[in-house]
Design a protein around this ligand. Structure first.
Ligand SMILES: [Zn+2]
Length: 581
C-alpha cells in the first residue's frame, strides 16, 4: 500500500486523445492550438468530475510543448512536458477559488502575471470554481483579464456557469463540458480494471457508473472503494452491498406484483427493504425511475435512452410490453405524489404502504368499466383482491333462489302488503324490515342485510356505472307501494351520485328527510345489491346546506318579488297595510 495511488490520479489522462467522453471538445482545443488561434481566456463549464481541470492541464502542457506530435498532442518527452508531468512546471498556476476566494488570493495571481515564462511560451493560470470568487476579488481580477500580457492564458472552470458574472463571461471563450456517457465511463472503468488486474462484472461497472452520475472522477473513486471492499473481484452483489444501492431486482419484482394485483407481496417486499436499512422514500423514488424506464423501454426507438447493460435492457423491454401506458402514467403519478407527501407525513411507512396498495390497484381499476366516471376513486376492500380474478365470470347467483322462496306464498308474511312475485323488480318492503319478521329460517337469514355473520355466498361483485345505478334508483321508487308516495316524491328530485366504485351518495336538504332516508337505507342497499349484482354497494346519506340557487322559494319571497317588480302593487299593499299570512 506504500505506493497506492487513487485511480482517478493514476489514470488521469495525459493527452487530449485519452480524455474520455469529450471528443468534440478536445478536438476543438487541438485545432485551436494547431492553428495558433489561442484566446487569452477560456471558461470551462460543466458538472463535477467530467474533465475540466484535466483538459486545462493538458491544454497548458500542449501549448508549451517543444515538439508537438503530428496530431497535435504534447510529446511528453521534452523538458517542458516532463516538468508538467512531474508537477514542477513554473508555467502553470492553479487556484481553487472554492477555498481561496479572497482579494489577496487574486492579487497573488495578478502579481505573477507580469513575469514572463522562463521556458516555454505561455503561463497558464487555472482558476477552479471561479464563481466562488468574492465580489472584490472579481473586481480586482477584471482589469487583468481585460488586458493580459501576451504570454498569459487564463483558464477558468466552473460547475455553475449562471453564477459567473457577465463581465467575465463576455471576455472568455466558453466550452461546455457534457456529463459523460454511461458507456464511456464503463469503458474506462473496464480499462482501469484490466490494468489493475481486477476482475469486474459488467453489471457491477454499470452500477458504479450510474452512481457516479456522469462524473469520471467519482466513478473512479467509487471503483477504488469497491475494489478495497471486495478484495479484487468486483461483482454486482458486492457493489450493491458496499454502496448500499437498492437492487433493481426489487423493482422488477414489485412491478410484477402490481400487475398481478398482489398487494401482499408488495408490502412484504417493502418490509424486507426496510429491514435491510434502506429508506422507504429511496424505494419510492427508485420505483418512479423504474416506471419511467419501463415507459421508455416500451418503444424500440426510445429503448436506447435506457442506460443499462444489454441484458437488463432486455428485461425492461420484456416487462414494459406487459404494462399498458395508462398503468405506467398512473404509477409514476402515485410515486411522485407519495414522494411529495413523504416529508410531511407523520407515519412515513404507512404513506409508502398506501402508495404500494394503490399501485397494486391500478390494474384492477382499469379492468373496471366504471373507472374514470366517479370523481375520486376509493380503494376497494383489500380482502376482495385475492379472489377477484376467480370471480370474473358471473354465475347464477345463489342468492336469487332464497329470495324468490321468501317471497313465495308459503313464506311467513307479517303484513298484508305482500310483495308481488309476478312483477319483477317490485320492492318487497316488508321483507327486510328488521324485527317485523317472525321466525328466522335459513332462507330469511340469507336476506338480512344487517346480519353480519351470514354464510351466504356473495353475489358477483360486478362493476356498474353511475347511469346503471341511477336507473335502478328510478326503478326502486317507481315500484314503491302507494302509501310511500311521499318518499317517492323525494326520491324523484334527488340525483344520487357514485363515489368511487361502490358508494352511492345521496344528498338531502334537511334533517327530516335525512332520517327518512336512513330508515329505508338498508332496503335501497339491498335492492342495489340484487339488481346491480354487487354486494359491496353502500349508501351514504348526507345532509347538505341549502343551495341558494336551487332551494324552493317561500311565498313571502314571491310576494316581495312581485312588489319589487310592480310598484303599484307595493303602493297598494302599503296604503292598505296589507300583509301576507
Ligand atoms: Zn513536449
Amino acid at each position: 500500500m506504500d505506493n497506492y495511488i487513487v485511480s482517478a490520479r493514476k489514470y488521469r489522462p495525459q493527452t487530449f486523445e485519452s480524455v474520455v467522453g469529450q471528443h468534440a471538445l478536445t478536438q476543438t482545443l487541438k485545432n485551436a492550438i494547431a492553428s495558433g488561434k489561442l484566446a487569452h481566456a477560456y471558461l470551462f463549464c460543466g458538472p463535477r468530475g467530467v474533465g475540466k481541470t484535466t483538459c486545462a492541464r493538458i491544454f497548458a502542457k500542449t501549448i508549451n510543448c517543444f515538439n508537438l506530435s503530428a496530431d497535435g498532442e504534447a510529446c511528453n518527452e521534452c523538458e517542458s512536458c516532463k516538468a508538467f508531468n512531474e508537477n514542477r512546471s513554473m508555467n502553470i498556476f492553479e487556484l481553487d477559488a472554492a477555498s481561496n476566494n479572497s482579494i489577496n488570493d487574486i492579487r497573488s495571481i495578478v502579481e505573477r502575471v507580469n513575469i514572463p515564462p522562463q521556458i516555454g511560451r505561455y503561463k497558464v493560470f487555472i482558476i477552479d470554481e471561479v464563481h466562488m470568487l468574492s465580489q472584490a476579488a472579481f473586481n480586482a481580477f477584471l482589469k487583468t483579464l481585460e488586458e493580459p500580457p501576451a504570454h498569459v492564458i487564463f483558464i477558468m472552470a466552473t460547475t455553475e456557469k449562471h453564477k459567473v458574472i457577465p463581465t467575465i463571461l463576455s471576455r472568455c471563450q466558453i466550452y461546455d463540458f457534457q456529463r459523460m456517457d454511461l458507456g464511456d465511463i464503463i469503458g474506462h472503468l473496464r480499462y482501469v480494471a484490466k490494468q489493475e488486474d481486477i476482475e469486474a462484472e459488467d453489471a457491477a461497472l454499470h452500477l458504479i457508473a450510474q452512481k457516479a452520475d456522469g462524473g469520471m472522477r467519482d466513478a473512479l473513486s467509487i471503483f477504488d472503494q469497491v475494489c478495497n471492499y471486495s478484495q479484487g473481484k468486483v461483482t454486482y452483489n458486492t457493489v450493491i452491498e458496499d454502496l448500499n444501492i437498492l437492487d433493481y431486482e426489487y423493482y422488477f419484482k414489485a412491478t410484477d406484483d402490481f400487475l398481478r394485483i398482489d398487494y401482499k407481496s408488495a408490502l412484504l417486499t417493502l418490509n424486507e427493504i426496510l429491514n435491510k436499512g434502506f429508506d422507504a422514500q429511496q424505494y419510492i423514488g427508485g420505483l418512479a425511475s423504474h416506471f419511467r424506464n419501463l415507459l421508455v423501454a416500451r418503444d424500440k426507438e426510445t429503448l436506447p435512452l435506457l442506460e443499462v447493460s444489454d441484458d437488463v435492457r432486455n428485461r425492461y423491454h420484456e416487462q414494459a410490453n406487459r404494462c399498458n401506458p395508462r398503468f405506467l402514467y398512473k404509477a409514476i403519478k402515485i410515486c411522485s405524489d407519495c414522494d411529495a407527501q413523504y416529508r410531511t407525513s407523520r407515519n412515513k411507512r404507512l404513506t409508502v404502504e398506501l402508495a404500494l396498495i394503490e399501485l397494486a390497484q391500478i390494474e384492477q381499476a382499469d379492468a373496471d368499466p366504471s373507472s374514470g366516471l366517479g370523481p375520486t376513486r376509493r380503494l376497494k376492500p383489500l380482502a376482495k383482491t385475492a379472489t377477484q380474478k376467480a370471480q370474473a365470470t358471473p354465475s347464477p347467483s345463489p342468492k336469487s333462489e332464497p329470495a324468490s322462496k321468501a317471497s313465495a306464498p308459503d313464506a311467513p308474511k307479517p303484513k298484508p302488503v305482500a310483495p308481488q312475485p309476478s312483477r319483477p323488480g317490485t320492492i318487497s318492503r316488508s321483507i327486510s324490515l328488521k324485527g317485523n319478521r317472525p321466525g328466522n329460517s335459513a332462507s330469511d337469514a340469507s336476506l338480512s342485510t344487517t346480519g353480519s355473520s351470514q354464510p351466504t355466498p356473495a353475489p358477483d361483485d360486478s362493476p356498474f356505472t353511475e347511469e346503471e345505478m341511477r336507473s335502478q334508483w328510478v326503478n326502486y321508487y317507481l315500484n314503491l307501494p302507494q302509501e310511500e308516495s311521499a318518499l317517492q316524491g323525494r326520491m324523484k328530485i334527488i340525483q344520487p351520485t357514485l363515489v368511487g366504485t361502490e358508494e352511492v351518495l345521496v344528498k338531502v336538504s334537511n334533517e327530516w328527510v335525512l332520517n327518512d332516508f336512513n330508515r329505508i337505507k338498508p332496503e335501497i342497499e339491498q335492492y342495489f345489491h340484487k339488481n346491480l349484482n354487487n354486494s359491496k354497494i353502500r349508501l351514504r346519506i348526507e345532509q347538505v346546506e341549502h343551495d341558494a340557487s336551487t332551494r324552493p322559494i317561500t311565498r313571502a319571497e314571491v310576494f316581495d318579488a312581485i312588489k319589487k317588480e310592480y310598484p303599484a302593487v307595493r303602493d297598494f299593499c302599503n296604503s292598505l297595510e296589507l300583509k301576507l299570512y
